[in-house]
Design a protein around this ligand. Structure first.
Ligand code: BGC
Length: 360
């Protein structure tokens, strides 16, 4: 079905699959005037495909994903393309204390909680409506998380907008409100491979992150609480360099993460450019903009070749990378980190943009 109303002719909806619970899942395809396309499903708010042009103007899918709907529905072990909530990344020992009360959440990444728990937002049915009066094709996704869901306090009412603009940017706007004090840290977990060939590693991609500091972690990938200068270390991406340049350096933090799996403390504040990734062979470039204080740069170290990729071959080690904009991991337990608390009457509001272009 194609929506006929003004500004909605660029949104198509088709049947995607049926979950074990019996939910019928639709795929929404946003198309801009250049022919760039983004596919989103109402299971987990997952982006299953996103195309970007190469130096010859060829649009190819650049986000990792499964070949079968059931692989998203039955676990999605890598969180491919998903909306993450209530809390992106890890919370130490699966607990936190808020206003004097300790909340136990699920240890789905023993001994910690990862990405909201096993039944986090990436597994939920999101209501999707195309937005009628938007300037560019926009989907409005809503999900209400009950008080106590996955152990988190407060009923959290969440809205996410996905907008595809004519300058080849995917804008993601998040909003949430609560009826009890809680913590919230929403993000998007797309893995990118700008080559369009998902069986190739991403170590040849050149990355720049506008951050002078990062957060070292312990053995279970929880930040130690201290910020560390990147200068002179493998974590220095202040000038662009191939992801693979220092990834195998003899460095304790790289060993702990099995590569890069850390939060960078972004320079500046407010909406700003925070990272650029360039793939020399295809000419594709991606810029990331956000208003968040941190970004988790994850070099796909837990990809283990168990699934087929959409372009053939298997999803091997480091065949995708994520730049997850966020508040810092474990902020609910670390008083020195920017607070991730949300109180009744307040509005959680944040925005991230992934913008694609060609560099010749
Ligand atoms: C984390 C990784 C984790 C991955 C899950 C990333 O956000 O930092 O440690 O393995 O998500 O696929």
């Amino acid at each position: 079905m194609r929506f006929k109303k003004k500004n909605m002719e660029n949104i198509q909806v088709s049947n995607y699959g049926v979950t074990a619970k019996g939910d019928s899942i639709q795929k929404y395809t946003l198309t801009n005037k250049n022919g760039m396309k983004v596919d989103v499903i109402n299971f987990g708010g997952i982006i299953t495909s996103l195309t970007a042009p190469d130096k010859n103007g060829k649009y190819e899918d650049v986000v990792l994903g499964f070949t079968k709907p059931d692989d998203y529905f039955n676990g999605n072990p890598y969180y491919f393309g998903a909306l993450i909530g209530r809390y992106g990344n890890r919370i130490a020992n699966a607990k936190f204390t808020l206003e004097g009360k300790t909340y136990d959440i699920e240890k789905n990444d023993v001994p910690n909680t990862l990405h909201g728990g096993k039944e986090g937002f990436h597994t939920k049915f999101w209501n999707i409506e195309p937005v009628k009066d938007a300037k560019s094709p926009t989907l409005k996704l809503t999900y209400t998380s009950a008080d106590g869901e996955e152990g988190y306090p407060g009923k959290l009412t969440t809205t996410v907008l996905y907008t595809l603009t004519d300058d080849n940017a995917l804008e993601i706007s998040y909003e949430a409100t609560t009826d009890k004090a809680t913590v919230v840290n929403l993000t998007q977990h797309s893995y990118f491979n700008l080559s369009g060939n998902f069986s190739k590693t991403i170590t040849d991609h050149e990355l720049q992150i506008y951050a002078d500091k990062f957060l070292p972690v312990n053995e279970t990938l929880i930040p130690t609480g201290k910020e560390k200068a990147v200068q002179g270390s493998p974590f220095d991406f202040t000038t662009s360099k191939p992801i693979g340049k220092d990834i195998n350096a003899n460095d304790d933090q790289l060993k702990k993460g099995k590569g890069y799996d850390h939060n960078w403390v972004l320079n500046g504040s407010g909406m700003r450019s925070i990272a650029k990734v360039y793939h020399p062979e295809s000419g594709r470039e991606m810029e990331v903009l956000t208003d968040q204080p941190g970004v988790q740069f994850y070099s796909g170290n837990f990809l283990d070749g168990k699934f087929d990729t959409k372009s053939g071959g298997k999803n091997e080690f480091r065949t995708g990378f994520c730049l997850e904009t966020q508040h810092f991991p474990d902020a609910p337990n670390q008083a020195s980190f920017p607070s991730a608390e949300l109180k009744p009457g307040e509005k959680y509001q944040t925005k991230t943009i992934y913008k694609f272009s060609v560099k010749k």
